[in-house]
Design a protein around this ligand. Structure first.
Ligand code: ATP
Length: 368
């Protein structure tokens, strides 16, 4: 295991800037998730760390050692891809043994390590089979076993679960995370799936259009997004964003939008003073609201009320998403459990004032 450091790394493909001045440190033994939409530069970043692409500018370090121009074989890394990339003409045993053979390990050491990796991935009884005789989940286990068998300094994973069905994905998620914790190997995991990122990462690095937008522990990124993009990319249903204006009334700060008015807590006044009289974007997550008389918010210090009319109900079984018309906007409120509500009913929405967000309308950066 080793610390991975990217310093001002840029990768251009002709005119296209795939990765734009990326600076990031992945700590020793950390599980870092690179999260972002398709085409944002995640895979290119991973391939530069692997040595499969060379940065146009910038430097990459493993600990004190610069690896920017080192070929993959000299980096002691392993990679797991979306397509399992296990060799069809080799048995499971041969597949897992392959990286060790290339490194010319002695036969008994190869045998010991293959059995160790197979046991960790719970595929010991499959060692004699060929990949065509395995399920998708089993094949992916073989790919992971083959990746860890050399005990790499850095484990790189590129959407390794996206070919698996939903149920298997959930169980493999937990298995990979447990395995990584046990092996304590520095891991960089690429995904566009925010649930995977939230549940697996020690930290998440959110990228968009080649740029790194925010890095932090999942809960921090979720609760304190620094930009509108991060706020709306993470969370399902996504954060409600309402056009509003910040006003001062009777010495208090008010967020005023079409059909609602919210008085802000006193301590926010200093941060927001420069925005008085300006248009802003007001954000609130669906689960940070409730409907009065229907459900209550747990562990909440202070709330305020806005009014609306129920427009549509999504009954998900475990949760209910209530679409509410507030002025000319539709907002979503997420309530735990099954809550049948009539459509067209006047309701009072209670908002958790400690989980509100205000964004600058021009820069799209979070002000609070
Ligand atoms: P996805 O989740 O779809 O894999 P990504 O975030 O991993 O997306 P990258 O694969 O890193 O994104 O691609 C970033 C940008 O660079 C994209 O616009 C892509 O088309 C472009 N790109 C990637 N590889 C090459 C290449 N070899 N030649 C030219 N353009 C490339």
């Amino acid at each position: 295991m080793v610390e991975v450091r990217l310093e001002n790394v840029t990768k251009k493909f002709k005119d296209l800037v795939a990765v734009n001045n990326l600076t990031l440190t992945v700590k020793n033994g950390e599980f870092l998730v690179l999260l972002g939409p398709s085409g944002c530069g995640k895979t290119t970043t991973l391939r530069m760390i692997a040595g499969l692409e060379t940065p146009t500018s910038g430097r990459i370090f493993f600990g004190d050692r610069e690896v920017t121009y080192l070929p993959p074989k000299d980096r002691n890394i392993s990679m797991v891809f979306q397509s399992y990339a296990v060799w069809p003409h080799m048995t499971v045993y041969e597949n897992i043994a392959f990286p060790l053979k290339i490194k010319r390990y002695p036969k008994n050491e190869i045998d010991r390590r293959v059995k160790w990796a197979a046991e960790l991935l719970r595929i010991s009884e499959l060692l004699k089979r060929y990949p065509s005789q395995l399920s998708g989940g089993q094949r992916q286990r073989v790919a992971v076993a083959r990746a860890i068998v050399i005990e790499p300094d850095v484990l790189l994973m590129d959407e390794p679960l996206s070919n698996l069905d939903a149920k298997l994905r959930v169980s493999m998620r937990a298995e990979i995370k447990k395995l990584q914790t046990r092996l304590n190997v520095t891991t960089i995991y690429v995904t566009h799936d925010q649930v995977e990122a939230m549940t697996m990462g020690d930290r998440i690095a959110v990228m968009n259009a080649g740029r790194l937008l925010q890095v932090g522990p999942p809960t921090k990124v979720y609760l304190k997004p620094k930009t509108l993009f991060v706020a709306t990319f993470i969370g399902a249903p996504e954060m409600n964003i309402l056009d509003a204006t910040l006003l001062e009334k009777n010495g208090r700060l008010i967020v005023e939008g079409n059909g609602f008015e919210i008085e802000l807590p006193m301590e926010l006044e200093e941060t927001l003073r420069d925005y008085v009289g300006k248009e802003i974007l007001f954000g609130i997550r669906p689960e940070h609201m409730t409907i009065q008389g229907v459900s209550t918010l747990e562990h909440v210090k202070r709330t305020t009320i806005i009014e609306g009319i129920t427009d549509f109900i999504e009954a998900l079984g475990t949760d209910t998403i209530v679409h509410v018309r507030v002025g000319d906007s539709l907002i979503k409120v997420k309530l735990p459990g099954h809550i049948p509500l009539p459509i067209g009913k006047k309701i009072k929405i209670e908002i958790d004032l400690d989980n509100i967000h205000v964004f600058d309308k021009n820069s799209k950066k979070a002000i609070i």
